[in-house]
Design a protein around this ligand. Structure first.
Ligand code: FES
Length: 256
């Protein structure tokens, strides 16, 4: 018998038989991710109140002088405008975030078993979406930023002019870099980098060591969504805390 193409009835966008709150995830993604993008863009243009004592906002780290841009008449230019695309490229191409923002913003589909915006048009990550394959390289960029953020967190304790101190800001920066580390080390590309490409760990060079690291990365990988959101909150709150302290709207409590 000849093969025949069978066309299934197409549900309108959002139509579903599901009775659970399937819309909650996409709605939260729009609010939180959209809010973060607006806040980060505003802070990148603001260009002030990003450092206080030994604290440096993660949005402005590593800090560098942009006097050269101002000398060219680019008065609006701030260091964050060159810094933020680095970590942003890592998050934007992250396998988890792709799922979240494809569902929330493209509605293609918005959730499993829910009518999509453009039925049967999905062609995988081809054409314009080919750039998503750059994620493994964005990981290398993120690892460099991670080293810088750990340095900043240490400086937040030992970098005071009058000795070693810990303020609330020091703890905020430390928690932030721990959460970003948990997110980065749970990256699928990182997990492949340290544990992939071998047939058996028992015969691979440094096999036992790599297997241990791979198991550790797997622990973070299994909670990748959790750390993706927690680290997004923490990086914004760390910047906000330092901004408020630097602008004199909040007093930093010194613990010792
Ligand atoms: S898969 Fe999410 S950061 Fe790599």
């Amino acid at each position: 018998m000849a093969n025949r193409t069978v066309y299934l009835p197409v549900a309108p966008p959002g139509a579903t038989l599901r009775r659970d709150a399937w819309w909650a995830g996409p709605a939260a993604t729009v609010v939180v991710l959209g809010g973060f993008i607006v806040y980060a863009t505003w802070r990148a243009f603001e260009g002030t109140d990003y450092t206080y004592g030994a604290y440096l906002s993660p949005f402005y780290s590593p800090f560098f002088d942009v006097g050269w841009a101002h000398a060219w008449g680019l008065r609006f230019f701030t260091p964050a405008m060159l810094i933020l695309p680095g970590p942003a490229s890592f998050r934007f191409t992250c396998y988890y975030y792709r799922k979240a923002y494809y569902r929330a913003f493209a509605w293609d589909p918005p959730a499993c078993a829910v009518g999509e915006r453009a039925p049967h048009r999905y062609q995988g990550e081809t054409r314009l979406l080919l750039f998503q394959n750059l994620h493994r390289y964005a990981l290398y960029v993120a690892l460099v930023f991670l080293v810088v953020l750990w340095k900043d967190a240490i400086v937040a304790f030992v970098g005071w002019k009058d000795g070693v101190h810990a303020g609330i800001g020091s703890l905020v920066m430390l928690v932030n870099v721990v959460l970003i580390s948990a997110y980065t080390f749970g990256c699928h590309s990182f997990r492949h980098l340290i544990g992939g490409g071998v047939n058996t760990y028992s015969t691979a060079p440094l096999g036992n060591f790599r297997h241990g690291l791979w198991k550790l990365a797997t622990l973070f990988n299994e909670r990748h969504m959790l750390f993706a959101w927690m680290s997004l909150f923490s990086v914004a709150l760390t910047d906000l805390y330092i901004r408020q302290v630097a602008s004199g709207q909040l007093a930093d409590l010194r613990l010792f």
